[in-house]
Design a protein around this ligand. Structure first.
Ligand SMILES: Nc1ncnc2c1ncn2[C@@H]1O[C@H](COP(=O)(O)OP(=O)(O)O)[C@@H](O)[C@H]1O
Ligand SMILES: [Mg+2]
Length: 224
């Protein structure tokens, strides 16, 4: 199936959004306003329990706001903390195959698989069994899955939480490359509690006590 959204620039907008879980009376997300309307590497930082994953669920429509408006015109691919919860197939090629949602020839499929593996720095990994990949390589495979299904907006929920520093850097650089590609840049929203990752972002907002700050330059954030 060809997705008509494929070539459009994704657009996400929150207008005065409030959210609380049913059994809690206090708002977890409070008067939240932000938009993402161009490709780039966007990051939201916040401590554990600050509501970051909840914000992502509001973006992709898993939960609805108590008040306010969430507009999301994007073809979203998700990357979670633990790639083992997300990867279904035994090797890289078969994992990517199940994510191709287009009716294309075998030749085109092989080319596409090569292309997305190249984009995430996993050239030549077609036949590699998933269980032989490092955590960082698995995360990059999940990113390749999003690319091969023509997602134009990748939401990453603490994708480096289980990774060592070397793998963390490779995943960060993969997203940096994809979002700064001059021909067809991807939009990515990266959620983290690790302040040292912010330097890779084009813009950063902080979620604190229910409030999301405005987008700011990463250099405005002190390493905490
Ligand atoms: N389904 C849920 N029902 C009730 N409370 C929840 C639910 N999911 C998360 N929470 C609570 O909401 C708060 C924020 O959670 P979360 O969005 O996961 O934060 P973060 O991703 O920043 O660690 C936490 O106090 C958490 O316990
Ligand atoms: Mg979370």
């Amino acid at each position: 199936m060809i997705n008509s959204n494929e070539n459009e620039i994704p657009h996400i907008q929150f207008k005065d959004v409030y959210f609380s879980y049913p059994e809690k009376k206090d708002n977890l997300i409070f008067k939240c306003n932000f938009s993402i309307d161009k490709p780039g590497f966007w990051m939201i930082v916040g401590k554990n329990g600050s509501g970051k994953s909840t914000l992502l669920k509001l973006i992709n429509g898993i939960i609805k706001p108590k008040n306010g408006i969430v507009k999301c015109k994007a073809n979203i691919g998700m990357v979670f903390q633990n790639p083992d919860h997300q990867i279904l197939m035994p090797n890289c090629r078969s994992e990517l195959l199940i994510n191709i949602n287009q009716d294309i020839s075998d030749y085109e499929i092989t080319k596409k698989i090569e292309c997305v593996l190249d984009q995430v720095g996993l050239n030549g990994f077609e036949k590699r069994p998933v269980h032989t990949l490092s955590g960082g390589q698995k995360q990059r495979l999940t990113i390749a899955s999003a690319l091969i299904s023509n997602k134009n907006f990748i939401l990453l929920d603490e994708p480096t939480a289980f990774l060592d520093q070397n793998s963390q850097l490779k995943v960060l650089k993969t997203i940096k490359n994809l979002t700064s590609d001059y021909k067809k840049p991807v939009s990515a929203l990266w959620i983290t509690h690790r302040y040292e990752e912010l330097t890779y972002a084009d813009a950063v907002a902080e979620l604190k006590n229910g409030f999301l700050s405005n987008w700011q330059e990463p250099s405005k954030f002190q390493y905490k």
